[in-house]
Ligand binder design. Structure first.
Ligand SMILES: [Fe+2]
Length: 699
């Protein structure tokens, strides 16, 4: 707001309300009081009457009339002197302030003088004009001259006729008085839109509804320009008829100033209300003396609900001490920014930020003004970030794996506490060092180094190695993080100590090995035990097992299946333990009964082996190893696919081994004989695939 506009306007307003139609003494008294107060005068004097016949009607600060006379002759920068009325016909005015009167202030003084003239003039018109008209022609002329020379427009009108207009009135509207009197009506000087208003005002006075009135309207000048007018009008009886006598001043300038002030106030108000920030003022005790309307958006309170209350009333209890401290530090004259929590009208908690400046009067701080804004969202975000940071750091540090981040050039950017502990160091001592210096893993520059792989754009893979600096075995994984522009930002390395894991894996492997060895040893020993009873078949089981495995290999069976076949081969004749040794070693042909007895050995073996939990079908292979493809075998007479592969392989290996070894009832046959037998039985007795594989193995 302009510094000089407001006091000027308020003075204009005050002086424009000087009384009209009162006695000169009353006017002088009120004018003096207003002027003394408004201008802060030391001395004031008002004399009325024409030159040579003046009387002192009001004075202030003078000891006696002589001093007034001396004062009137003085001219100094802190004094104002004006004659009232043209040529001083109405009187003279003297005002003296305590400091030089500025340009703007002098204008207001002039306006005051003008208003004073208007009041004195109106007073005289009322008091004496009628009398003059009736009685004293001379005085009539004198007052007519007086009125005509006035700067204030004076008129006498009816609703449709102007009986009298002085020169000033003509000048205000751009006419010669003669162009107005008896030629135009008062409404011709009024803007069309305000004519109804003015006509109503005139009618009320002409019809006696109201004695006098004061109002404003838009006037219309001769050239069509619009001006703002203010009139004081009063109904009087003149030569037997009721007319309105009034004074009029052009307030266009004042209106314009008021408009500027109003616009500037409006702009300021809009500014204050539209900005997100809340503007406030508090006094030195912390009581809110002003707060701008946007506070309602923030806290739900209307400004009127907050003004007059201490601001600490709205502050969260945990922040109250700090808020009071803000006030105290503010009283020391510091400009400070603070953040604390406040309660809204609905009881919610919001974070606000305030910037406060002291308001100084003289050498004393009388309060603060500043801006306040809602920073809740920002605070919440900050808290979330802090929480995330804490969570991430504690996770990072408590995790059992060794985690560290390296820059694009291999320098350690961050390590977790586990890493530092394993390296018997502190995190801050490791940061900035080259990764290879710390871990001396011997991978720098090699294709195994994660950083190297990132540079070569190769995928990162986990690997295991012995970290010599740590004295442990590790399984390492790495992940690359890139900046938004695609540059390598850092590499995350996660190392897991697998020393224990590796030790137990090795122990487990050794244990498994031992277990295997003891199992096979047991199986073989068991087979030997059976064979001991029949020296002729000694080594038969091992021979069948080896040949069967060779056939299985030729057929492309898996390692696991081959192991199963080996064990089945070792144990396939284990059922012979139930057959009397006499029969087993009997030379020559066996009787039907003896043969039948021998034929029970697959089932006898099955009965023993089914109780043992093998990962292979050992019992079934034993049961079926005398079955034949055409169903001519025993004990079940199974055919083709009904016989498991293991049993079909054992059948072939058994026949070949048996034929090529000495038996009590016949000598060993040459391999060719055995192969002939196979070829003869291929497809009928033996699985053709097994036969083909066997032929390849033994020839
Ligand atoms: Fe057998």
């Amino acid at each position: 707001m302009s510094g000089s506009l407001e006091p000027k306007l308020s003075a204009l307003y005050e002086f424009s309300s000087l009384p009209l139609f009162s006695s000169e003494e009353e006017i002088a008294e009120e004018a003096m009081q207003k002027a003394v107060r408004r201008f802060g005068l030391r001395r004031f004097a008002l004399l009325t009457g024409p030159k040579g016949d003046r009387k002192l009607v009001a004075s202030h600060g003078f000891k006696n009339p002589q001093e007034v006379q001396e004062g009137l002759r003085q001219r100094a920068p802190h004094q104002f002197y004006a004659v009232i009325g043209e040529e001083g016909e109405l009187g003279e005015l003297f005002m003296e302030g305590s400091h030089p009167i500025g340009k703007e202030e002098r204008k207001v003084c002039e306006f005051f003088a003008q208003q004073l003239e208007r009041s004195l003039l109106a007073s005289r018109i009322i008091g004496e004009y009628k009398q003059a008209l009736r009685k004293l022609k001379k005085r009539e002329l004198r007052f007519r001259a007086l009125v005509e020379q006035s700067l204030v427009g004076v008129y006498i009108v009816s609703l449709d006729r102007i009986f009298y207009a002085n020169e000033a009135l003509g000048r205000i509207f751009g006419y010669h008085p003669e162009e107005l009197v008896d030629r135009l009506g008062p409404l011709d000087l009024v803007h069309p839109e305000d004519r109804l208003l003015v006509a109503e005002e005139l009618r009320r006075r002409l019809e006696g509804e109201a004695e006098y009135a004061r109002y404003s309207f838009r006037g219309l000048q001769k050239d069509g320009s619009v001006i703002s007018c203010e009139v004081f009008g009063r109904a009087i009886e003149l030569e037997g008829r009721r007319v309105v006598l009034g004074t009029l001043i052009d307030i266009t300038e004042r209106r314009r100033s008021e408009e500027i002030l109003r616009e500037s106030e409006e702009r300021f108000r809009q500014l204050v209300e539209e900005i997100e920030d809340v503007i406030y003022m508090i006094d030195e005790r912390g009581v809110i003396t002003y707060i701008s309307p946007p506070v309602e958006r923030l806290g739900g309170y209307r400004p009127s609900e907050l003004m007059g209350r201490p601001f600490t009333e709205f502050v969260h209890p945990e922040d109250a001490d700090r808020a009071r401290e803000v006030l105290r530090s503010g009283l020391l004259g510091r400009v400070e920014q603070h953040e604390f929590r406040v309660f809204t009208k609905s009881g919610d908690i919001r974070w606000i930020q305030i910037v406060s400046r002291p308001i100084v009067e003289g050498d004393r701080i009388v309060g603060f003004r500043g801006m306040l804004r809602d920073v809740t969202e920002r605070k919440r975000m900050e808290e979330a970030i802090l929480r995330a940071k804490r969570e991430w750091e504690s996770t990072f540090d408590t995790i059992e794996e060794l985690i560290f981040l390296t820059d694009a050039d291999g320098k350690i950017r961050r390590v977790n506490k586990t890493t530092a502990r394993k390296l018997k160091s502190e995190p801050q001592d490791l940061i900035g060092k080259k990764c290879r210096e710390v871990f001396s893993c011997g991978m720098a520059g090699t294709d195994r180094c994660p950083l190297e792989r990132v540079r070569k754009k190769k995928p990162l893979r986990p690997f295991e190695c012995e970290a010599s600096a740590l004295g442990i075995w590790i399984r390492a994984r790495a992940y690359a993080a890139y900046t938004s522009s695609g540059e390598l930002d850092y590499v995350v390395h996660i190392l897991r100590d697998i020393t224990e894991e590796r030790r137990s894996q090795e122990a487990l492997a050794r244990y498994r090995e031992a277990l295997n060895r003891s199992f096979f040893g047991t199986a073989e020993a068991f087979a030997k035990l059976v064979e001991e009873r029949d020296p002729y078949t000694s080594g038969h089981s091992l021979g069948v097992a080896r040949l069967a495995v060779a056939i299985a290999r030729e057929m492309g069976l898996s390692e696991r299946e081959k192991t199963g076949i080996y064990i089945s081969g070792i144990l396939h004749d284990i059922g012979k333990i139930a057959i009397p040794v006499e029969i087993l070693v009997k030379p020559g042909r066996l009787t039907e009964l003896e043969r039948a007895l021998i034929r029970t050995h697959p089932e006898a073996g099955y009965e023993v082996l089914k109780e043992i939990e093998f990962p292979w079908p050992v019992a079934l292979a034993t049961l079926q190893h005398h079955e034949r493809m055409d169903g001519s075998g025993y004990p079940q007479g199974l055919k083709g696919e009904e016989i498991i592969t293991e049993a079909r392989i054992l059948a072939v290996a058994d026949v070949v081994d048996a034929m090529t070894h000495h038996r009590p009832y016949r000598p060993a046959l040459p391999m060719e004989e055995a192969l002939k037998e196979l070829k003869r039985g291929k497809g009928r007795l033996y699985d053709p695939r097994v036969v083909d594989a066997c032929l390849k193995v033994v020839t």
